[in-house]
Design a protein around this ligand. Structure first.
Ligand code: FAD
Length: 418
């Protein structure tokens, strides 16, 4: 029986191993951790948003890098097939807000559990934990196997095909430390620049520490590079000791990579549901209610307590000025501060906090329908190691399932032909 080596027991690796075995091959899955799916375990805050139930257009719009590369593998193993696959393994799923699909149990461990059961039941699959692959063995542009390292030392293991599913370099404590990029380079592949994505922002603003822990719902984040608007969306944002985070910021980070070496301007519209005139009317109403109070005691109805001091400082209005003596000009300034609460961007946070790695194995050097290397025969890539990434919502795991499925199947078919 022909043998396939799968390197990395995450989402893509487990899927590739299952499909390769179902297509008639013996499989050895090497995972350097002492258990499978360590990153999968922390996905979706421990609930695992395993895919998205939206239509194909939604999937392709959400893939922010190299979406066209995903056409073939997604259409052959799409989100519905993913849901059916897991349901067939005994995992009940549910669809939540934004078409996000989760296990009914809300436990990512159940997703890993059904995959593990499937791997263990198949006699043709051997899972080798605590086994780190150190390099590829390549002869005459054909991959022959891998060198592994275990507690017992180093050893060469030969196989008829090798599938690299080592993930990216984000959250490295989960085992994704970028080894696959090194393997790909040793095979002659180019690696597109690696950058943290779906990640919080660091700000230069001093006020971050004061606002730490403040969560703002229904605000708008606007990011521009010169006149070009890079991001403009409403949602939820959170101040941290270093800057800002939360769903809105995480999403915005996916659109900034090309502009990181340029001057970015950004602001929060704290009251996006109101035009400047409406907001001015609203402030006037509050001012007449608190006419005899000091200015700093007049904003409690409009803003969360933590934000009041910062807004007052920025408005330039004396906090002890009586509200009834605030001028129209000063009120106008206040409206501008609220509608354009500017932020001073320092940069993105690092890989330790990034949900995904942007960049990776250049997809121009990989066949999209099979995931096979165009440079070295019998070598395949799947999952985050590839230069493909998407927004949050279950799309990144869908990339892992679709490409893992394609690689496992294609590798099995190819080596049985030869
Ligand atoms: P990984 O899951 O990273 O697996 C790679 C595996 O390879 C690891 O187990 C690693 O130990 C192993 N490995 C690496 N090098 C070697 C080696 N040399 N030898 C042997 N083994 C090796 N996506 C979603 O769609 N939905 C979510 O809810 C979601 N939540 C997330 C939350 C967090 C906090 C993070 C960090 C990511 C989240 N993602 C989510 C993204 C998603 O987890 C990844 O896109 C996905 O896990 C990538 O799968 P993969 O199999 O390619 O890589």
């Amino acid at each position: 029986m022909k043998k396939i080596i799968v390197v990395g027991g995450g989402a893509a690796g487990m899927m590739a191993a299952i499909t390769a075995a179902e297509n008639g091959c013996e499989v050895v899955l090497f995972e350097k951790n002492d258990r499978l799916g360590k990153k999968l375990f922390i996905t979706g805050k421990g609930r695992c948003n395993l895919t998205n139930a939206g239509d194909a257009d939604r999937f392709f719009q959400s893939v922010t890098t190299n979406s066209k590369f995903m056409y073939s593998s997604f259409y052959t193993f799409d989100n519905q097939m993913t849901i059916d696959f897991f349901e067939k393994l005994g995992l009940k799923t549910k669809v939540e807000r934004g078409d996000r699909v989760f296990p009914v149990s809300d436990h990512s461990s159940d997703v890993i559990g059904v995959l593990k059961t499937k791997l263990n039941r198949n006699q043709e699959i051997i899972v080798e934990l605590q086994t780190e692959v150190q390099k590829l063995i390549i002869e005459d542009q054909v991959v022959k196997g891998v060198q592994i390292k275990t507690a017992h030392g180093k050893k060469d293991v030969y196989g008829d095909a090798v599938v690299i599913t080592t993930g990216g370099i984000s959250y490295p404590l989960t085992g994704s430390t970028g080894d696959g990029y090194r393997f790909a380079e040793s095979a002659g592949h180019t690696i597109k620049e690696l950058l943290p994505s779906l990640v919080p922002f660091e700000l230069k603003d001093e006020f971050c520490k004061e606002l730490m822990g403040l969560s703002l719902k229904n605000v708008e984040l606007v990011i521009k590079c010169g006149k070009k608007c890079l991001f403009e969306e409403q949602g939820e944002l959170l101040f941290t000791h270093f800057g800002i985070s939360g769903p809105l910021v995480i999403k915005a980070s996916a659109y900034l990579h090309k502009y990181l070496d340029k001057d970015l301007s950004m602001y929060i519209d704290l009251k996006p549901a109101m035009t400047e005139e409406m907001l001015d009317d609203r402030i006037l109403r509050d001012f007449s209610k608190y006419a005899n109070k000091d200015f700093h005691n007049s904003l409690g109805d409009l803003l969360p307590v933590k934000l009041i001091d910062v807004v007052i400082k920025r408005s330039g209005i004396d906090p002890y000025k009586k509200v009834n003596s605030i001028t129209k000009e000063e009120r106008k300034n206040l409206v501008t501060v609220l509608k354009q609460f500017t932020l001073s961007f320092r940069g993105l946070r690092g890989f330790e906090e990034a949900i995904i790695t942007k960049g990776g194995v250049n997809v121009k050097e990989v066949v999209p329908s099979t995931m096979q290397s165009k440079l070295v025969d019998h070598l395949y890539f799947a999952g985050e190691v590839l230069d493909v990434d998407a927004l949050t919502g279950g799309f990144n795991l869908q990339i892992a399932w679709s490409t893992g499925w394609a690689a496992g199947k294609a590798a099995a078919e190819k080596i049985q032909e030869s």
